[in-house]
Design a protein around this ligand. Structure first.
Ligand SMILES: [Zn+2]
Length: 155
């Protein structure tokens, strides 16, 4: 493991799923091929794109996605790069920062009352301040990955 990714404007949804898995994935709205390649090289990231124009440019730093279905794409990336045992739910879905564990008292008044009452473990994004907890959302994502046959490849 250890690959870092850059998703261009054609695959931002995939970026979100990679972040759920805890994989370092930046996004950009840039769509022009050469600026994208330069960006990926500069940041040491693998560029992920659906743009078929990249197939003509033979560059190991780019991986062209072959499916239009999000879970097939995700599976393809995981298998191609041999991603195993990722650290799930450790990154902010919104901005890719690594989440920090915070004390329960610190999120009081910042999360819905029900959530505060029923959960004890909270994480916060140091960059955008989004608060995370292992609620029903976590279970739904896990179930979805299992249903799509992705969980079994990862663990
Ligand atoms: Zn964030």
């Amino acid at each position: 493991m250890g690959e870092k990714f850059l998703c261009d404007a054609t695959c931002h949804r995939l970026a979100k799923w990679l972040r759920f898995l805890g994989i370092d994935t930046e996004t950009t709205s840039e769509y022009r091929t050469y600026p994208l390649l330069r960006m990926a090289e500069k940041e040491g990231r693998i560029l992920l794109s659906r743009n078929k124009a990249f197939l003509k440019i033979e560059n190991p730093q780019v991986y062209v996605l072959r499916s239009d279905f999000i879970f097939e794409e995700l599976k393809d990336v995981i298998e191609h790069f041999g991603i195993k045992n990722p650290l799930l739910f450790t990154r902010c879905i919104r901005c890719n920062s690594i989440l920090e564990r915070v004390k329960k008292e610190e999120v009081k008044g910042r999360v819905p009352y029900f959530t505060f009452k029923h959960f004890d473990e909270f994480k916060v994004c140091p960059h955008c301040n989004k608060i995370y907890w292992q609620g029903s959302h976590y279970e739904l994502i896990k179930k979805r990955l299992m249903k799509e046959g992705i969980w079994e490849i990862l663990f």
